[in-house]
Design a protein around this ligand. Structure first.
Ligand SMILES: [Zn+2]
Length: 81
């Protein structure tokens, strides 16, 4: 994945979390307008976030009760190790 410039990395992360305001927000917009590398990094991170939300929103897969039981049994083994 393309990495943003060193000094804008934290701004891009905060922007993705909608937590970048005021001067830094304006600065990042200015920087993005002249920096394809940061634009690419921002786009990649936004896509990643959207993909993760899609996975999180997806319904829990349906599994037959005996498969759940088998899964639980395997976890029990792992816990005992
Ligand atoms: Zn940059």
């Amino acid at each position: 994945m393309t990495k943003p410039c060193l000094h804008t990395g934290w701004m891009i992360h905060r922007r993705i979390d909608h937590d970048l305001r005021g001067f830094w927000s304006a600065y990042l917009e200015y920087h993005l307008s002249g920096c394809p590398r940061c634009r690419e990094a921002l786009a990649a991170l936004l896509k990643l976030k959207a993909d993760l939300q899609n996975v999180a929103n997806r319904e829990t897969p349906k599994l037959a009760p005996d498969r759940w039981a088998a899964l639980e049994a395997e976890w029990d083994k792992v816990d005992k190790d």
